[in-house]
Design a protein around this ligand. Structure first.
Ligand code: FDA
Length: 307
């Protein structure tokens, strides 16, 4: 029951101020956030590369309120891509972006987000890598898929995320499982109503398997975004049944979660990509990680109380 309460708090400015200022917060945030700046995240990318891992980099931030903030988000990604180019790390790192950080919820937000994300996708392509559009709450998805389709006209390798908890996703997966597409399947991390989303773990997991089967049997490139050992084993079996080689799909997990599993899968020859978030606006991202596992909240509470 704690998960929905934490997710509600993730949208509260009062809680944001309280939690951000609490002593001990930083120590827990550091488990999930790889640093505050490009300089701090570069060694993390190198370390991942040394372990045979790839990364997808997320400059944290969402739900911005002015066009200037949206432009700053675009510039933060352009700075990151510039550094990856200088350091020759483009082949190891792709980018993940949240369109709400690029202005999607502002006036004329669809066009604004598209205008801000396009130069990022262009810059990524110029260094031989790509961008995946994260999935946010269900009200944003029609716009996200339309932007994805538009970007793919010039940059067909642009990826997107689909969430197994949503009823709509099986149909989205059938449409997206086409040649050249790159689709990350996750369970879903937002607080969604029963009118649009499964509410129980068994239903969400069963939907995940059905959707993954569609992606594996399709012609695109499935990206299995989960830490769930059962779903990882099922993913391997579905890939085998679909006759996919090891480089025809990949696993993805979040920085700081089940890190030993990242290395184990890579050592087995799988492509393993670590979603690595960094930056200063970590509140929303951090709260979703707390909501996914209530034990994290105990750790957080202990850390704050022992200060
Ligand atoms: P599940 O929640 O069942 O966890 C399985 C096991 O993993 C747990 O038992 C625990 O051991 C470990 N674990 C999972 N979460 C943990 C946590 N926070 N702290 C500690 N341990 C944890 N969502 C979304 O809505 N839009 C998006 O764009 C993305 N993008 C994304 C990218 C990648 C690479 C991943 C892995 C996940 C996302 N997500 C996401 C988040 C996703 O929707 C989901 O909330 C989490 O992955 C948790 O679900 P699992 O599939 O890991 O299973």
């Amino acid at each position: 029951m704690l998960g929905p309460v934490i997710l509600a708090a993730s949208r509260s400015d009062t809680m944001r101020r309280f939690i951000s200022a609490a002593p001990g917060t930083k120590q827990v945030v550091d488990r999930f956030i790889a640093g505050e700046s490009v300089d701090q995240v570069v060694p993390v990318v190198r370390d991942a590369a040394d372990k045979g891992l790839e990364v997808t980099l997320d400059v944290v931030g969402e739900d911005i309120t002015t066009p200037e903030q949206a432009a700053a988000a675009r510039d933060a990604y352009l700075e990151l891509i510039g550094r990856l180019k200088e350091l020759g790390l483009g082949a190891r790192a792709e980018m993940s972006v949240k369109l709400s950080m690029f202005g999607q919820a502002l006036e004329n937000g669809h066009d604004l987000a598209l205008a801000n994300v396009r130069p990022v996708v262009e810059a990524a392509a110029a260094i031989g890598t790509t961008v995946t559009l994260d999935a946010e709450d269900h009200t944003t998805l029609d716009s996200m898929f339309a932007i994805h389709e538009e970007l793919r006209k010039d940059f067909p390798q642009t990826g997107c995320v689909i969430q197994s908890y949503l009823f709509r996703t099986e149909a989205d997966a059938r449409r997206l499982a086409a040649a050249g597409s790159r689709v990350r399947l996750v369970k879903g991390a937002y607080k969604e109503p029963a009118s649009v989303a499964y509410q129980s773990k068994p239903e969400i997991d069963k939907a995940y398997v059905r959707i993954l089967k569609t992606l594996m049997q399709g012609e695109g490139y499935p990206m299995i975004g989960s830490h769930d050992p059962r779903l990882i084993a099922i993913g391997q079996e579905l890939a085998r049944q679909a006759g996919r080689k090891l480089d025809e799909y990949e696993f993805q997990m979040l920085y700081g979660i089940r890190s030993e599993e990242h290395v184990r899968l890579a050592a087995e020859g799988h492509r393993m990509r670590v979603y690595t978030a960094y930056g200063t606006d970590w509140y929303g991202y951090f709260m979703r990680r707390l909501a996914e596992k209530p034990a994290n909240l105990l750790f957080f509470g202990r850390s704050v109380l022992t200060r």
